[in-house]
Design a protein around this ligand. Sequence first.
Ligand SMILES: *[C@@H]1O[C@H](CO)[C@@H](O)[C@H](O)[C@H]1NC(C)=O
Ligand SMILES: *[C@@H]1O[C@H](CO)[C@@H](O)[C@H](O)[C@H]1NC(C)=O
Ligand SMILES: *[C@@H]1O[C@H](CO)[C@@H](O)[C@H](O)[C@H]1NC(C)=O
Length: 775
Amino acid sequence: MAVSSVSSIFLFLCLAVIIPLTLSTSSDRPQTFIVHVSQSHKPSLFASHHHWYESIVQSLPTSPHPTAKKILYSYDRAVNGFSVRLTSTQAAQLGHIPGVLSVMPDQARQLHTTRTPRFLGLADDFGIWPNSDYADDVVVGVLDTGIWPERPSFSDSGLSPVPAGWKGVCDTGPEFPASACNRKIIGARAFYKGYESYLERPMDESTESKSPRDTEGHGTHTASTAAGSVVSNVSFCGIYAKGEARGMATKARIAAYKICWSFGCFDSDILAAMDQAIADGVHIISLSVGAGGYAPPYSKDSIAIGAFGAAQHGVLVSCSAGNSGPSPYTAVNIAPWILTVGASTIDREFPADVVLGDSRIFGGVSLYSGETLVDFKLPLVYAGDIGSRYCYMGSLQPSKVTGKIVVCDRGGNARVEKGSAVKLAGGLGMILANTADSGEELIADSHLIPATMVGQIAGEEIKNYIKLSQFPTATIKFRGTVIGTSPPAPKVAAFSSRGPNHLTAEILKPDVIAPGVNILAGWTGSIGPTDLDIDPRRVEFNIISGTSMSCPHVSGIAALLRKAYPSWSPAAIKSALMTTAYNADNSGKKFKDLTTGNESTPFIHGAGHVDPNRALNPGLVYDMNVSDYVAFLCAIGYDAQSIAVFMREPASSEICARKLPSPGDLNYPSFSVIFNSDQDSVTYKRVVTNVGSSVDAVYEVKVNAPADVKISVSPSKLVFSAETQTHTYEISFASGVGLGYSHSAAYGSIEWSDGSHSVRSPVAVTWKSGITAAM
Ligand SMILES: *[C@@H]1O[C@H](CO)[C@@H](O)[C@H](O)[C@H]1NC(C)=O
Ligand SMILES: *[C@@H]1O[C@H](CO)[C@@H](O)[C@H](O)[C@H]1NC(C)=O
Ligand SMILES: *[C@@H]1O[C@H](CO)[C@@H](O)[C@H](O)[C@H]1NC(C)=O
């Protein structure tokens, strides 16, 4: 989801609509259910699974509701089963039919550049771009709000023909002509049966398009970030972020699957799109969508279940971690077979300074592109003193605002809407002040009036000045685009959702961070850059922020790796991205968390910031396959029945024969260690595979232990040979805290090195006993 302006309010609205409808099941109105079915139970009598599903549904008791018992989709790749409208009575009956593994109500999920390639070190003359041929022929499936195909980012000039073996199609129609697809956009489909089932009526085609066309903007942005072609001389509104725009994988092909609509992204539609994407032949699925709130258990999370099916088909699923930071445990899409991406800043700023009447200057950021303020300073007022600190639309009295600059607090409503509220009341400018929730995180918005955003500290100073000054005044100086190392980058965005892992503390999440703040990419032609109806502007490119923007960066880089190493598993690609990630900003210091200004931790940034050129040559990888994931599910207590949903079969009692001793024994490229007491110790096993150019490589381990933890690795030297390309090692963590220690977590890393590669895994340890021990 974009953190930008209006999207967040739109999502709050849609949640408000969804909750009452879900509650209405008590009146037993039909709603959509997702039904997981065992593949092998199909009686031979039925020609196809679909016929069987029809027969199952027909056998259910009838209901007075005419829309009940309507099958929306049959699934056979991401999962096995179907989605259907049923009353809760019918759904309960369905659960007892042989072969039915699970019946779950459908749920809505949320939608969670010119500069980023260079910030990521990507270049035409060395590294991953030339060495992967820009991911030519790799197909990235973007599941999102659709695509605006006329944007220059989707030009196919210079691309070779559509790859042989591609099975996807373009859903064409009046709003999406056949010419919309080309050698860049090789597939485009729309999935709305679950959405319309939720609406209980056809969608309103005057406000959204029943085609792959993107009327929201988010999908055009993410698709062009992952795999947009090179476009020179672009900018936002002719002023900001001028330069050449290109996606991460400029020769990769895009298949757009529209799954998000005005009132949300429904599991039944998401699964249908994943199913189709696998059948069509995509290599990477990019999904900047996820649950609102905490991550649902894996077996109740359709994205996790569908991603497991994708992994079974060798397709990597890359997802956003969510925008629910800075609280802990907020990361979603955290199944170990998903690549989970958080958001960070890049080295580009859009400064717009506040100059106060007493000549003090406070740095802020803005993408305002209209006429600037008058030359002299204007009267300044704090919205909190006149009744509406968040500047809600219609809540500001013109008599107190006209002709003034208004300070509004961040939070409550959409950021750009606050400026519109000020304008409506006759105000001339706005200063948007962060609160403790956002700290010093600055997001540049394309405000409709002269406006800038300042951090919490500056906000407090400005409000203090208003309080103490008899005639407070201010102005805003817009400074355009500035690239450099001050402030240092990357920093982790305050909004980026964080660990620890809410479901399995032993798996560190998120996995990596990537650019997600103030990202320029393609935009829809049907709505303005703020997504607000009051915004009359139309732009080819827009600048927005969110983990939604980080995810397609990593999806595109994964496409480059897929091209360079076609035989690598999704887990190997993910391992390469994680073990080569870096942890220092461009001033050479460990990177910071924008919430507090303190050093970030692995619970916030995972393994670190992606480094595409180093990922091309990781040296060693930590590989995993589906049977490892099953052994993991067994370790967290899943029984044969709950695993059946993932395996599409009633699992035999043997399924957990290979249960991992602990979930932390999954061959994950990072470590999250839980100590139950202050003298606890934990031992895990890992397997590494040599993928470097030298078969005789010799790796030695270097340990950077967290405070009060002893780490031992055995063996500490791995000698590879033509015969032995994998090695197992054991790693032990021992807590050695003294009496009265106060910390509850500590961080470190281990690194395998052969002199030319360094294969780094972050280590996060948590003491469950921290409080007890301190007593
Ligand atoms: C870039 O675009 C601007 C206006 O959009 C135009 O004036 C300028 O000539 C263009 N420059 C190049 C090199 O195409
Ligand atoms: C940030 O660091 C300071 C100094 O080390 C520390 O006092 C403070 O508690 C930290 N804040 C958070 C939220 O961790
Ligand atoms: C999966 O990996 C395990 C080792 O972790 C191995 O024993 C097994 O053979 C692999 N399964 C497949 C299907 O490759």
